[in-house]
Design a protein around this ligand. Structure first.
Ligand code: PRX
Length: 650
């Protein structure tokens, strides 16, 4: 973060108190109520979490709330629970039975509503399809789907029978699917013939075919949902149509009694090495976390229409489109497509039409809306909104103010929620009826979260001093491991400070104890809310035959937060051309997926290195953002390299 930003944090004087009207109805309606509960949750976590967990339905009660043998936590020991039962069956036989669980709008404007009863039926049927395909408790299932209700149905069906799902974002490539199949040893892939994105069709099935064409690895069946009706190739004995399979089974599928620690899902995310980490989440603890955070932070009520715009392929889609809201019996809206299709006001049209009350989106989207202009917003009636949320990256105070005024009409609290794939649920966020907000701050820790900022020695720093964000106590929805790589789990999160979780973010607290998240301290970029490891892009680049060496850094970007800038040296006798630049961009798209497309590729004769051969990324970052080279360059092997690093293509 630039010193200018840090300063703006220090001088940020604007404070927005929750309105009396909001606080009166909210679950937690005052700062003192928040503090009291937070203190209890830290001093007596067993008591606090037992009370929350007891609101869910357990097939067998737990014997002990927590067993913590750092860095391994077990929550609700010996309890038996089923996530799909809690999201569905629990609401049947109540007033929620015929309430909309999912409201869906396709990009082309189609609409579907699934009540809790209907969703339950579809989930039971698909769970029976999985059983027919010999999917057993503990087996892994890859879900590579567009944003259609069937994606949620597939996830809940896995949860119902105890299969562990791994959702792969639709913007990832065939190679990414192949890697995830190989790492997870999945037995089934659930996909669709295609999905719609900005009016064109994304060939999901084609990517799955490419992923398994030479070697199906452990995959036995591919189940294909028909979304676009475009022709796809179906391999006899391996590929099956969703609609044909569900027609063969009944809707009777009791929820399996699963151990609280049973793995609910694996979600791959980027770290600081080339190989994505399979973040493993549990059943009981994860659900208690998703349920409790949704209840208090979104202050969900039965009459709400709640809309989280995240894709189901990210953790936000898991916890706050599906599991958290449904466990609370809420109505969750799902939109398939892009915010600017067919025009820039699609989101506002949806809010107006469905009378959305809670809207949860990402700063990168907010910055695009600002750029597109207020007139797209003001022609719609957004008066139904009562609460706004932000997630995925730091929100700059200007974007926060615009969100507050132009979308929220000045009346809606904003919950800026800090968390990660690893944390499973929101960790730092305002409680909308209790905690005054400051533009750009995620404010204070959620119940049970013992967050702190420490220096390199692990010592807590004072107000307004930057440091590393850590969590000092286990929490129910924390990751349990990295699938198949316990050593990496220990190394990545627990090795720097013993028994303390290292989030990988830099942050500071102000004099009121409010957290201001600065951004990643490792080699992970946050591009339009997508987490991308620089080393993943580097290994994609060097896998191209003409590339000798590559270094990838982030550059501040007005819309995306960060842009991907690549410095590339070519093998001898290869000429740098614009065509080659385009080819390399395409190559990265092909290897990782469109989310990682480089914004800028600069050819260099050599990369700046220390005498010991380490690439000096700090210098490259400065070059990438067009800034002057500052700081120590004495360890640089060859100073002349800096002047030859080539300029941006544009
Ligand atoms: O750097 C932080 C940023 O996103 C990272 C986590 O990314 P991911 O695992 O993909 O999960 C995103 C959705 C939870 C964090 O390490 N981040 C997330 N939310 C915020 C944020 N940075 C600042 N403020 C936030 N509210």
């Amino acid at each position: 973060m630039s010193s200018k930003n840090i300063e703006s944090h220090l001088v940020e004087k604007r404070v927005f108190k929750p309105s009396k009207q909001f606080s009166k109805k909210a679950r937690i309606g005052s700062m003192s109520a928040y503090k009291k509960l937070w203190e209890e949750s830290i001093k007596r976590p067993d008591k606090f979490w037992a009370r929350e967990a007891a609101e869910l339905c357990w097939q067998e009660p737990w014997k002990k709330v927590l067993e913590w043998k750092a860095p391994f936590a077990k929550w609700f020991i010996k309890g038996k629970i089923n996530v799909s039962e809690n999201c569905l069956d629990r609401h049947l036989g109540t007033a929620r039975q015929n309430k909309a669980a999912l409201l869906w709008e396709g990009e082309l404007g189609e609409k579907r509503t699934l009540t809790y009863q209907q969703l339950h039926r579809e989930v039971c049927r698909f769970a029976n399809v999985l059983k027919e395909h010999s999917v057993k408790k503990g087996d892994r299932v890859i879900i590579y789907m567009p944003m259609v209700p069937e994606a949620a149905i597939a996830m809940l069906a896995c949860a119902r029978i105890g299969a562990t799902h791994s959702v792969v974002f639709g913007g990832f490539s065939a190679e990414a699917i192949r890697d995830r199949i190989s790492d997870s040893q999945a037995v089934v892939v659930v996909t669709a013939d295609g999905g719609y994105r900005r009016g064109s069709v994304v060939g999901l099935k084609k990517n799955v075919d490419d992923a398994i064409k030479d070697d199906a690895q452990t995959i036995r069946s591919v189940i294909v949902f028909q979304r676009t009706n475009q022709p796809v190739s179906m391999t006899e004995g391996r590929d099956y149509w969703w609609h044909q399979e569900v027609a063969k089974v009944n809707a009777d599928c009791p929820p399996a009694a699963l151990d609280s620690e049973h793995p609910l899902f694996i979600l791959y995310t980027s770290g600081s090495t080339g190989k994505p980490k399979g973040i493993l989440h549990s059943t009981g603890g994860y659900l208690v976390g998703a349920y409790t955070t949704s209840k208090y932070i979104f202050d969900l009520r039965d009459e709400d229409v709640y809309w989280c715009t995240a894709d189901i392929g990210w953790v936000t889609g898991h916890s706050y489109m599906i599991y958290g809201p449904l466990a609370n019996g809420a109505t969750s809206l799902m939109y398939e497509g892009a915010p600017n299709f067919p025009e820039n006001d699609r989101f506002w049209k949806i809010i107006e039409e469905y009378r959305v009350t809670i809207f949860y989106t990402a700063p990168t989207a907010i910055r695009s809306f600002i750029k597109w202009g207020d007139h797209w917003v003001t022609k719609h009636d957004l008066s139904s909104l009562r609460l706004l949320g932000s997630v995925g990256e730091p929100i700059n105070p200007e974007a926060w103010m615009w969100y507050h005024n132009t979308i929220g009409g000045g009346r809606c609290p904003i919950v800026d929620t800090w968390w990660q794939t690893e944390t499973g649920g929101i960790m730092i966020s305002p409680l909308p009826g209790a905690i005054p907000t400051k533009p750009g701050s995620a404010t204070l820790p959620f119940f049970g979260v013992d967050a702190a900022i420490v220096d390199d020695n692990g010592k807590e720093v004072g107000p307004n001093v930057g440091g590393k964000l850590v969590i000092r106590k286990p929490w129910p929805s924390m990751l349990r491991n990295i699938h198949g790589d316990t050593a990496r789990y220990k190394e990545a999160y627990w090795s720097e400070f013993k028994g303390v979780y290292l989030a990988g973010d830099g942050a500071r607290r102000d004099k009121d104890g409010y957290f201001w998240i600065v951004g990643r301290i490792d080699d992970v970029l946050n591009v339009a809310g997508h987490r991308i490891g620089t080393s993943e892009v580097e290994s994609a680049l060097v896998s191209h035959p003409v590339v000798a060496e590559a270094a990838v850094v982030g550059r501040p970007d007005e819309l995306k937060g960060q842009a991907v800038v690549c410095f590339v040296t070519l093998k001898e006798d290869v000429t740098a051309t614009d065509q080659l630049r385009d080819d390399l961009k395409k190559h990265v798209r092909h290897v990782i997926g469109p989310v990682a497309t480089p914004d800028d590729i600069r050819f260099a004769e050599a990369l700046p290195k220390t005498r010991s051969g380490k690439i000096m990324r700090r210098l490259l970052k400065q070059v990438a953002s067009g800034g002057a080279i500052t700081g120590d360059t004495t360890t640089l092997e060859d100073l002349s390299i800096l002047s030859k690093l080539g300029s941006s293509e544009d």
